[in-house]
Design a protein around this ligand. Structure first.
Ligand code: ARG
Length: 460
């Protein structure tokens, strides 16, 4: 039975029904719809629409329904009703008859769906916050495990300057930190109750909307009924948080795919996150990482789809807004799964410190050090830059690193270079020189780890 048959002389045709129904996806909000209904029943009792006895009976039936849907949520999806609100009402009528029909007094599916969706979003977002924290902890653990490992740092995908492998780990901790804080902000803003806004104009019953909001764990009630039923900013914000974080995860995935390649050979991924080829027996493919990279596109898609759906929609509720759910229902679990997979990849990664060191030593990654050395000898940086360029060219022509050149070779290009250049060119010296805040020297990286661990502890 539909919730609105009275005005109609014939029912919807089958194709329209299929087109219009949202139960096949909004069944996922069954719990939230029931919990919101329990709170609404309480509000109706307070304004004497329900007697104490009716309230008790309704709440008992709603709780019974809650445990039924919890047992088999997917059965709800195919029950054939228009949407989750119709489903809950119909099941309630099965249980308590006409009394169930009182529950929708003063309420519209418009404030109801906005409430359900916010409740769903809040609990899903909270799970993701926890997952991000766990992923940060995994990066920190890897940073501690690989504290002495030296990695070539890249710009333009060319070896640029050596960095500590742990510095690379902590860069992702920074990104995840921002992802977490962005998501917490979004949670704060979405945690507002639209319930009691009616269809668009507010409810005609003297409901204490603040108390109702607090019952559902919201921080307060929305202030404008028109806005409350048509606002989907929270969906856009969550999809934006998801997109930014997926962008970070895709960069992480790409870094590791490259480090794992035969050409780099910097890391080896564990068997549990890789797969083989059906044809080439030697292959061990980084599928988990490639899927993280690939799924990023899908999350970005959900974000832009939502923006386009909402653009130029007149106030207040329009059925277009039913299109708000599938994107978020897909994007949030996808994001969560990618966070979990990223964690699994990091947990089992083996770093080949010899290979990373060898690569860091090649590629003339100490050229900046030599330029700084010349500056210390009184040569202006621009000039020093040019001199070092010539020396690099010379080293390349001999297939050598800068530190392999003889003092004679150095002095032919620049006479001020002396024996004391060699310690400067050592890779450890390149790392150790980066002492300023945020640099890759060991004390700075250790400090970053310490700070991250202490914020981690205070967040949990
Ligand atoms: N299934 C609808 C949605 O997801 C519920 C709200 C329906 N409201 C209405 N006035 N038809 O948006």
């Amino acid at each position: 039975m539909a919730l609105w048959g009275g005005r109609f002389s014939s029912g919807p045709d089958e194709a329209f029904k299929q087109f219009n129904d949202s139960l096949p996806f909004d069944y996922q909000m069954a719990e939230q719809d029931i919990i919101g209904s329990i709170a609404w029943a309480g509000a109706l009792q307070q304004v004497k629409v329900l007697s104490a006895q009716e309230h008790t009976e309704l709440v008992a039936a709603l709780n019974a329904l809650l445990s039924e849907v919890q047992q088999d949520l997917s059965a709800v999806a195919s029950a054939g009703y228009e949407d989750i609100h119709s489903y809950v009402e119909a099941k309630l009528i099965d249980k308590v008859g006409d009394l169930a029909k009182k529950l929708h007094t003063g309420r519209s599916r418009n404030d109801q769906v906005a409430t359900d969706f916010r409740l769903w979003s809040r609990s899903t977002a909270e799970q993701i916050v926890e997952a991000i924290q766990a992923l940060k902890a995994e990066f920190i653990a890897l940073a501690e495990r690989e504290l002495g490992t030296i990695l070539p740092g890249y710009t333009h995908l060319q070896r640029a300057q050596p960095v500590l492998f742990s510095h690379w780990c902590m860069a992702y901790v920074e990104m995840l930190e921002r992802d977490e804080s962005r998501l917490n902000d979004a949670i704060k803003r979405l945690n507002v109750s639209p319930l009691g806004s009616g269809a668009l104009a507010g409810t005609a019953y003297p409901i204490d909307r603040e108390a109702l909001a607090h019952n559902l764990g919201f921080s307060h009630a929305s202030r404008n009924s028109l806005d409350a039923v048509s606002d989907r900013d929270f969906v856009v914000e969550l999809l934006s948080c998801a997109s930014i974080s997926m962008m970070h995860l895709s960069r992480f995935a790409e870094d590791l795919i490259f480090y794992n390649s035969g050409e780099a050979g910097f890391i080896e991924l564990a068997d549990n996150v890789t797969s083989g080829s059906s044809l080439m027996p030697q292959k061990k493919n980084p599928d988990a990482l490639e899927l993280i990279r690939g799924k990023t596109g899908r999350v970005f898609g959900a974000f832009s789809a939502m923006m386009m759906t909402l653009k130029a929609l007149p106030l207040a509720y329009n059925k277009d807004m039913q299109e708000d759910k599938e994107g978020l229902f897909d994007a949030m679990p996808t994001w969560l799964a990618c966070i979990h997979m990223a964690q699994a990849c990091i947990k089992g990664v083996k770093v080949n410190g010899e290979a990373t060191l060898k690569a860091a030593k090649g590629g003339h990654a100490n050229a900046t050090e030599l330029a700084d050395y010349l500056v210390a000898k009184g040569i202006p940086f621009r000039e020093g830059h040019h001199i070092v360029g010539q020396l690099v060219q010379h080293a390349i022509s001999k297939g050598q690193n800068l530190e392999d050149l003889s003092l004679d070779e150095f002095q032919t290009v620049c006479p001020v270079i002396a024996e004391d250049v060699y310690p400067v060119l050592e890779i450890d010296a390149c790392i150790a020189a980066r002492q300023a805040l945020g640099g890759t020297s060991l004390p700075q990286v250790e400090q970053a780890i310490k700070t991250a661990k202490s914020t981690q502890n205070s967040n949990s």
